[in-house]
Ligand binder design. Sequence first.
Ligand SMILES: NC(=O)c1ccc[n+]([C@@H]2O[C@H](COP(=O)([O-])OP(=O)(O)OC[C@H]3O[C@@H](n4cnc5c(N)ncnc54)[C@H](O)[C@@H]3O)[C@@H](O)[C@H]2O)c1
Length: 336
Amino acid sequence: MHSIAIIGAGMMGNVHARAYKGMKKPVALWIVEYIEERARIFSERFGATITTLEEALDNRDIDIVDICTPTFTHRDLATKSFEAGKHVFCEKPVALNLADARVMKQTAEKFDKKFMVGHVVRFFHEYRRVKEISDKGDIGKIVMARLFRGGSFPAHGIDNWFSDIERSGGVFVDLSIHDFDFLKTLLGPVEEVEARSIAISADSSRRDFDHGMAILRFKSGAIAHVEGSWAEPPKMPVSFGTAYEFVGTGGMITNSYEREVTLRLQTSSNQGPNYSQENPTFSDPYAEELEAFVRSVDENTDVPVSGEDALDSLRIALAANLSARICRPVKISEVV
Ligand SMILES: NC(=O)c1ccc[n+]([C@@H]2O[C@H](COP(=O)([O-])OP(=O)(O)OC[C@H]3O[C@@H](n4cnc5c(N)ncnc54)[C@H](O)[C@@H]3O)[C@@H](O)[C@H]2O)c1
């Protein structure tokens, strides 16, 4: 049985613990959290043992560390965990800059430990279907894409860390990185990014508000328009949503998703038009993601989202930030 120490009992720590608890093979959970009240509630909710980072790293029973803390803490927590001989799952974005991401990846390699980063969109049913349809060639070669992800500002963050671009990376690094990562799996490497964001490109004093648009040019010749938003009003009945359109040489796939709404997938392809509502069984993408990680540990196989994958996705997001700052297109090769 695996013993897993989750670091951080905030939003994602709770999501991960719920996923672990639903797994077929039972796991023992531990929680490392500064805020005593949060640690206590988490412990009661999930039957997790409260511990400190030092104790968790010294504890030989604990073989996996799952990092669910704000992004600016990822590098130190991950490297300490590898040095203590633990496998590490780390929430996305892997880090705030490429140097930190490289240190994390290299430390995992040095200590021969599994290292996976939480690019969970790859595990969402509606995105998996796009990959399957694309791989089968049902809509020909995808040449254009438009993706939206967003809602209201993530005000739940401890000490409002999302509002500080030095600690969260901003809307491209924290949010749109999901879409950058998925697009890379579908369309291959990105060559150039042109982007603007309210927080970076416009003269705005509001820290808890941003909206970004990025145009990605892929080496394949495809282009994608990615929009990420932290600009919708708070406390709306539906506070988060995603949407996409993928246009191929032989058809199109569209989907718009808001919480609690059945997945609707529309495709027009070489095989003719198709409308489907494809969400009959509930699947938790976070559970699938974490199960895939645990399986890689058990079977000593490659993780589905490696440190290198996460570093590449971060590079696209950093190119978007740079482009938004200097207001011109940025080659991926400029971000080192
Ligand atoms: N994959 C996704 O869908 C998704 C969604 C939201 C956030 N995230 C990512 O997950 C990470 C965590 O985000 P969140 O929204 O859960 O943050 P949060 O602010 O809700 O929670 C973070 C928790 O970590 C604790 N913490 C911070 N430093 C710590 C330390 N050194 N030791 C112990 N506890 C510590 C804080 O006290 C807090 O309880 C971020 O990297 C974020 O970008 C991913």
